[in-house]
Design a protein around this ligand. Structure first.
Ligand SMILES: [Ca+2]
Ligand SMILES: [Ca+2]
Ligand SMILES: [Ca+2]
Length: 270
């Protein structure tokens, strides 16, 4: 190797080292691509203990949409509803409560609402597309076969349906849950010119409609509780109008793999 080649090699080595640095500088200066970020979603699931109403306290039960019975004070409650996609807590306020006795699962909803709206009148009308409603989904086995959907509107109309074999499969609207329910309003129905406070739904679900045997101490049933808030004359929906006790992480309320747990316990309330 003569002197010329030695110098050439050193020159090439220096060149080789400097190029990546130049590139690095260029990359740093290049304008950053703006990536559209999906909101971060932390998947979670709720659980709720369903206490047993003591025998002597069962006489007071009146399914009227009012929660005057003393056991409701001691029942499990959750007012932390989320928008159904699970990205944030719902700005529309709802509380759900549960209790049981030997024949019924009792579910109470307290729905804050400044514009109570419900027009449909007949059982199994599509109130889910139209009116202010609350919804209960129950999958007693966790296998989605069958699972049940029960809804009540602010006008006191019910929709109930039975599914079997998986998410949305074999829908049967002719199924009758036999729910007993009462609705009470703090406001006026279908009047956009005043400001309402809200409405309640008190729902008794016959255990025998859902499962062959009433749940035993510690038994878990999968469940969703939902609320759809509407506006008079079907004004456009707002954020939080589709809300859930435990989110399905989809616009689809039937995303049953995210159902929460209802844990039935013998512990008594009165
Ligand atoms: Ca009552
Ligand atoms: Ca409403
Ligand atoms: Ca039905």
């Amino acid at each position: 190797m003569n002197k010329f080649f030695a110098v050439l090699l050193v020159f090439l080595a220096v060149l080789g080292c400097s190029k990546p640095q130049e590139n690095a500088v260029k990359q740093e200066q290049a304008p950053k691509k703006i990536e559209k970020k999906e909101p971060e979603v932390k998947i979670f699931k709720k659980t709720m203990k369903v206490f047993t109403i003591a025998e002597e306290a069962r006489k007071q039960i009146k399914i009227d949409g009012k929660f005057d019975e003393s056991f409701w004070k001691n029942a499990s409650k959750d007012d932390d509803f989320w928008i159904s996609r699970g990205t944030e807590p719902s700005p529309v306020k709802t509380t759900v409560m549960t209790a049981r006795d030997d024949k019924f699962l009792y579910v109470g909803f307290i729905a804050k609402d400044d514009d109570i709206y419900a027009e449909l009148k007949n059982t199994d009308d599509p109130i889910y597309d139209h009116d202010d409603i609350v919804e209960i989904y129950i999958d007693p086995t966790g296998r989605a076969t069958p699972y049940f959907e029960m809804q009540v509107s602010a006008a006191g109309v019910k929709f109930d349906s039975r599914f079997s074999g998986g998410r949305r499969k074999n829908r049967n609207d002719s199924w009758d849950s036999g729910i007993i329910y009462g609705v009470s309003l703090d406001g006026t129905l279908n009047d956009p010119d005043d400001t309402d406070k809200g409405w309640n739904a008190e729902i008794a679900v016959p255990l025998k409609s859902i499962a062959e045997n009433p749940p035993e101490n510690g038994e878990i049933w999968k469940a969703f509780f939902y609320r759809i808030n509407r506006h008079t004359k079907l004004k456009k929906s707002k954020k939080g109008d589709f809300s859930a006790w435990t989110p399905p992480f989809a616009g689809d309320f039937h995303n049953i793999k995210h159902m929460g747990d209802l844990i039935f316990v013998d512990e008594e309330i009165r």
